[in-house]
Design a protein around this ligand. Structure first.
Ligand code: T4K
Length: 383
């Protein structure tokens, strides 16, 4: 085993950062013009640059993805019940509770880990107003089937696209699907602005409403049209985003290489499945989730602990299920019998370290450990 490669902790991710000196001119500009926030020049430039890069029409920057989700729901005046997935980061469902909306959990597809379109209709009630799916790991949902159901029942679709920066399918950017899509630019994401987020909207009128809502509801100096929040991205974050965008293609290419090496290394390990995006998708390699199947000698948690002993801090995204947290678990849709595929995923998936600067030796060392623990006992003694 390559102990030397594992002498320092390896975390599930590490933010991509440009050379510090490259950021100084941006800071000098901010210090010079004294515009720190409230839609300043960097904010405007980043919105335009992201529209161009992502291939979307309108984008509104936010302080983080969670406030963007909360505001997206408000902007479409969503009330009552919203169908969503239990297999996500807790912010997805929290954004519903923050709006006084009842989340209705629907199971995931066991192969895509995204909301199962076949299960959505049975969960629709007269109170249902929207569907909030998640492109889990940046792997696109079955957007066409979801849209068809939404159209049939007159529902809105708001995608939690926190993981899906830059992801494209045959129709172009996945961020153009549904009524709105929400991104996260958190430190742990493919594209980060330290903290940050955004809403992608299809038309200028919707963007305008969102922009009012993220600025307390102000339309002009003396007119407030809604009980908005303060969700504005600061000039420092926006400037940093502009710099990050210059390097994003390199970052994505590096991620792709890490992903490919893991896949090669782990291809023949019995009991381990590397989870893949659907075909005809340009992925962003945001995560490297693997399924630890029952025929692997260790349980997922067993492997998780063993990796920790070797200084490898993989993460169980997403365990526990959102529906198991105290504020959700009493809801009828949170009942375990309603969510069998999500439960299996929460028990079997582990995300391995993946980030642009992850060294080849580290990828190989992690893979070797997984292969070793997966070897039949006789072989293990021989190692
Ligand atoms: N919807 C979905 C589907 C999401 O996944 C998220 C966020 C949201 C909505 C909400 O978006 P934001 O409001 O966050 O913009 C992390 C992130 O905090 C969270 O943003 C993310 N999802 C979630 C999947 O992962 P934790 O609790 O796992 O993060 P943490 O602090 O344990 O970080 C993981 C590892 O990353 C650390 O062990 C070390 C490394 N790290 C982390 C940070 C923060 C760094 O190297 N540097 C850093 O600055 O939640």
């Amino acid at each position: 085993m390559r102990h030397d490669a594992l002498s320092k902790p390896l975390y599930v991710t590490q933010p991509a950062l440009p050379p510090l000196e490259d950021f100084l001119p941006y800071l000098q500009e901010i210090w010079g013009n004294k515009i720190l926030t409230n839609g300043g020049p960097f904010h405007q430039q980043l919105e335009q640059a992201l529209c161009d890069y992502l291939g979307v029409k309108h984008i509104s920057l936010f302080t983080n993805g969670t406030l963007a989700l909360i505001t997206a729901l408000q902007s479409l005046r969503i009330t009552g019940e919203v169908i969503t997935t239990p297999y996500s980061f807790v912010a997805t469902a929290h954004s519903l509770l923050w709006n006084g909306i009842k989340p209705v959990f629907v199971d995931i597809d066991p192969h895509t880990f995204n909301l199962d379109p076949a299960k959505i209709e049975a969960a629709i009630t007269p109170q249902t107003t929207a569907i909030m799916p998640v492109h889990c790991y940046g792997h696109p949902c079955d957007v066409q089937r979801i849209q068809k159901i939404a159209d049939n029942y007159g529902l809105k679709v708001i995608y939690d696209a926190a993981h899906a920066f830059g992801v494209r399918h045959a129709q172009g950017s996945v961020l153009n699907d549904g009524d709105l899509s929400v991104l996260s630019f958190h430190a742990t994401k493919v594209f980060n602005t330290f903290e940050g987020g955004a809403i992608i909207s299809p038309d200028a009128k919707t963007k305008q409403r969102i922009d009012h809502l993220k600025n307390f509801g102000f339309v002009d100096e003396t007119t407030v049209v809604a009980p908005g929040i303060n969700g504005k991205m600061s000039e420092i974050n926006a400037a940093f985003g502009l710099l990050q965008l210059k390097n994003i293609d390199t970052t994505l290419a590096q991620r792709k290489e890490v992903d490919a090496r893991y896949r090669r290394n782990l291809a023949h390990v019995r009991g381990i499945d590397c989870i893949s995006p659907p075909p005809n998708v340009t992925p962003n390699h945001a995560y490297f989730p693997i399924l630890v199947r029952p025929d692997y000698p260790l349980s997922r948690d067993g492997l998780f602990e063993k990796l920790r002993e070797s200084n490898i801090y993989a993460r169980r995204y997403f365990y526990p299920l959102i529906s198991d947290f105290p504020m959700y678990r009493g809801m009828p849709s949170a009942a375990p019998a309603n969510l069998p595929a999500a439960r299996v995923a929460a028990e079997q998936v582990i995300c391995l370290p993946l980030y642009p600067t992850l060294e080849t030796a580290h990828i190989d060392a992690i893979s070797e450990l997984i292969a070793q623990y997966g070897a039949p006992p006789a072989l293990l003694h021989a190692i």
